[in-house]
Ligand binder design. Sequence first.
Ligand SMILES: C[S@@+](CC[C@H](N)C(=O)[O-])C[C@H]1O[C@@H](n2cnc3c(N)ncnc32)[C@H](O)[C@@H]1O
Length: 309
Amino acid sequence: MNYKAVNIITGENQLKKGSIVSYPNRGNYGNANYSGNCTGEIIKDLLTFYKPTKFVECFSGSGTGMDVAKALGITNSVHLDLNNGFDLLKDEIPTGFDFCFSHPPYWDIIKYANHQYQTTEDIQKSDISQIDSYEEFITKLNNINLKIYNSLLNNGRHAILIGDVKKKGKYYSTFKDLEFYGDIESHVIKVQHNTSSSKKNYSNYNFIPIAHEHLIILRKRSIWQLPVTVVEKVNKSIKESLLISWRELLQASLQHLGGTATLNEIYCLIHDSTKAQKNQYWKEKVRQTLQIHNNFESVERGVWKLSIA
Ligand SMILES: C[S@@+](CC[C@H](N)C(=O)[O-])C[C@H]1O[C@@H](n2cnc3c(N)ncnc32)[C@H](O)[C@@H]1O
């Protein structure tokens, strides 16, 4: 890759300074009117930091990466998007590259095919931003990321820029839910600018607007091994936990019972808990805990209340 034009670009590389980056100006790359476009500055910083031999961009959108490549004098890069006829779900990514930058849709927050550009119905079906189910979106994006990993040269890197989503009051953490293939080499937080949420006034809402994205740098360090980071979601039972304290168990019990309860109601509720099962004097332990902690208040003999002082 030819980096002869690097010095025409001014500005310091933010990745040299640390893992929080902020680019208030998107630079003169790509098309600012293409919704969900990213700043070319981050791609420029990545390319000048890692200096790969061959750069492939997946989900290239409005051509931001291509414009950066041109500005850096790079002539052998490849830029793949449904809008230029490349379907990352079906088509084979060209092999022989040591760096991939990808910027997938933030689930269905912005729809692309036949919204940002006109295309056939068939192509629209491959657009992962039009998948209604979040779980299916994650599965399809995992498949694409695995494809990127497989086509990457050993020692190469995949830098993926992703955003979490808040929808109908629920937080969807793409960062937590995606599988990561290869070693996580860096996790950079990118401050978001000019988002539609930043222009709204959320003073009546009780959630924190999302104002950052995640840039994860994954490194392929083995030709044959596939290290996968998977986050497993399990629902554990508090009652079956041995790590819970008596105080926490009783707080949960009183909350469950509406704030005030008789000792008998508490006994009934927790008699099958692991803590009670493991202690033959568990009823005594319940009474002692209620008496010694100031977040429990005696209402009358045998009746206890949760006190939030
Ligand atoms: C967040 S945008 C990328 C924006 C880009 N970084 C820019 O600055 O313009 C996501 C892109 O994913 C593309 N896309 C969605 N599904 C795809 C698929 N199956 N194959 C290839 N591209 C896809 C969309 O066409 C859209 O351009």
